[in-house]
Design a protein around this ligand. Structure first.
Ligand SMILES: [Zn+2]
Length: 536
């Protein structure tokens, strides 16, 4: 026998083996014990949480030769048949591959016939939300008057796409994401059963990457086992997932805290050669910042498991406000990462932002100290940077102003406009404008001459109002006209450019599809045009 995927080999075979779904299991057990079994169940939940596994165990419980029982024997003809996928009275359907109404009708036409071997004829329909409207109607007719010998077990990752008429005839069971604790136990059990040694840390990484899905956890394990020789080490797993060692994440913040720009970028370029997973790296940075922020409030070092002294040191070098700001910037970068083609570039730009704020904070704390301000306390440990260009007076902005100005300053104009979410002609104005200046709550915009009809005081007033509402401040907006410059930095232009880029990427992808290539070769066909649907 060849290698059997772990997810199949270790699939729970009875209710006792199901993990992390206590409520659903006890509900099904009760139904079986009291023999009050509904005729249709809908299992909902994200991928890999055990929807079809649960349905199959339930099917065994209904058809076990020992009688309807919460503990199917697992040995009889029926139980074995279900375990080996050859029980004729369990009809498994993947709705995603069978969406035509004729197929559904054909399937349901057989509902009236009695089961061949078992007590019940059981229809297990996975990804039921993929059914067409007509297929749902066909199903609904059967659900309205189901024969005594038929049970429907439906499973879906997206119950909102199921018509209310169908939903109302099913008993809905919501399966939860599997907690990390359960996943870790599960992976440990599987590895023990497979006779493979592993470090606890490696298992934790796998569990975290699986994100609540038992199936994902096991397919990740499959991949790692192939690559490892008998034992799974943290380093192997980190390498496979592109996870950067924690000490390096700490080092990045140490260098930022010292405002050591050259070393930060040297470190990042070295890292880039390891092709790290930047999303995970941002997660690690966020997690570290969270630890620093919590320590700054609680001063409780006992909660810091590892790297205690490093975190305490960083909590002194990065003041609480800056820590919050860093967190915001990292979070925003993580969200925007999906729009970026080159993750390393996006990551470097984020570092530039962090460094900018660090040096700003240095300058400010320096000037505040000189001005005898009480805020200097919050920046203990900051090293004053050398060569301050501007006068102290200019830097003496009050604290409230600097906070709202700071929040907005870590955003591009496009990001600001997206947050403003403003419509009508003021919306046109902001979308066609470029930001030329942003400091101390003064914003200067410029728009091309062709849009000069938008340069009206009421529009500007309503933009000011909106900015002040969203970012909380007293911003002043000034708009100027520009004759010659192309408006390449305006949100309208950038959105159009992104759309064009997506379209051309999609075109390239289509042209590379074998089916399309065949068409081209056979009929000398040309791809004329493609349209992307707007996501809503
Ligand atoms: Zn049995």
């Amino acid at each position: 026998m060849g290698y059997k995927a772990l997810a199949r080999k270790w699939r729970p075979k009875n209710f006792d083996e199901v993990m992390g779904q206590t409520e659903t299991v006890s509900l099904l057990r009760n139904a079986l014990t009291s023999e009050r079994v509904h005729h249709a169940y809908l299992f909902t939940g994200t991928r890999g949480v055990g929807k079809t596994t649960m349905a199959r165990i339930f099917a065994k419980a209904l058809n076990c030769e020992k009688g309807v029982t919460p503990n199917p024997c697992g040995k009889c003809f029926s139980c074995q048949g279900i375990d080996n996928n050859n029980m004729v009275d369990l009809i498994e359907v993947d709705a995603a591959s069978r969406t035509k109404v004729e197929e559904t009708r054909e399937l349901l036409d057989n509902v009236q016939y009695a089961p061949t071997q078992g007590r019940f004829k059981i229809y297990l329909i996975d990804e039921i939300h993929m059914f067409s409207k007509h297929s749902f109607n066909a199903l609904l007719k059967t659900l309205e008057e189901p024969p005594e010998h038929v049970k429907f077990l439906l499973a879906t990752t997206d119950h909102e796409k199921i018509p209310a008429t169908v939903l109302s005839r099913c008993l809905k069971l919501n399966l939860k994401k599997i907690s990390n604790k359960f996943l870790i136990n599960y992976i440990e059990q599987v590895l023990e059963g497979e006779g493979i040694a592993s470090s606890r840390e490696a298992i934790k990484i796998i569990a975290e990457s699986a994100d609540g899905s038992a199936r994902d956890a096991l397919s990740l394990l499959d991949r790692i086992i192939v690559l490892s020789d008998g034992s799974i080490e943290t380093a192997d797993v980190s390498k496979l997932f592109g996870i950067i060692d924690k000490t390096i994440i700490i080092k990045i913040f140490e260098l930022i805290a010292e405002n050591n720009q050259a070393e930060v970028f040297k470190l990042i370029r070295d890292l880039a050669e390891l092709a790290p997973n930047y999303e995970l790296m941002l997660d690690q940075m966020l997690s570290l910042l969270k630890k620093i922020a919590v320590f700054q409030v609680t001063k409780d070092a006992s909660q810091l498991s590892q790297d205690e002294d490093k975190i305490i040191m960083l909590s002194k070098k990065i003041n609480p406000e800056l820590c919050q700001l860093f967190f915001e910037i990292c979070l925003l970068s993580k969200r925007n990462l999906i729009y970026s083609v080159e993750h390393n570039v996006a990551f470097e730009i984020m570092l530039v932002r962090l460094l900018n704020f660090k040096s700003d904070a240095n300058n400010e704390s320096n000037s505040q100290t000189q001005a005898g301000s009480s805020y200097s306390n919050s920046s203990i440990g900051d090293t004053p940077s050398k060569g301050m260009g501007s006068s102290n007076d200019e830097k003496k902005i009050n604290k409230k102003d600097s906070t709202s100005a700071q929040a907005i300053q870590c955003l591009t104009w496009l990001e600001i406009v997206e947050r403003l979410d403003i419509g009508g002609l003021p919306g046109e104005l902001v979308n066609n404008a470029e930001m030329t200046y942003l400091k101390n709550e003064n914003i200067s915009l410029k728009i091309p001459l062709k849009h000069q009809h938008l340069n009206k005081k009421p529009y500007i007033d309503s933009i000011e109002k909106r900015i002040n509402k969203v970012f909380g401040g007293t911003f002043k907006v000034a708009v100027g006209l520009e004759e010659s410059t192309p408006d390449v930095d305006s949100p309208a232009y950038q959105k159009a450019a992104t759309k064009e880029e997506n379209t051309s990427k999609e075109k390239e992808r289509l042209l590379n599809k074998p089916q399309v290539r065949d068409l081209q070769n056979l009929f000398d066909a040309k791809l004329k045009d493609i349209h992307l649907r707007e996501e809503t």
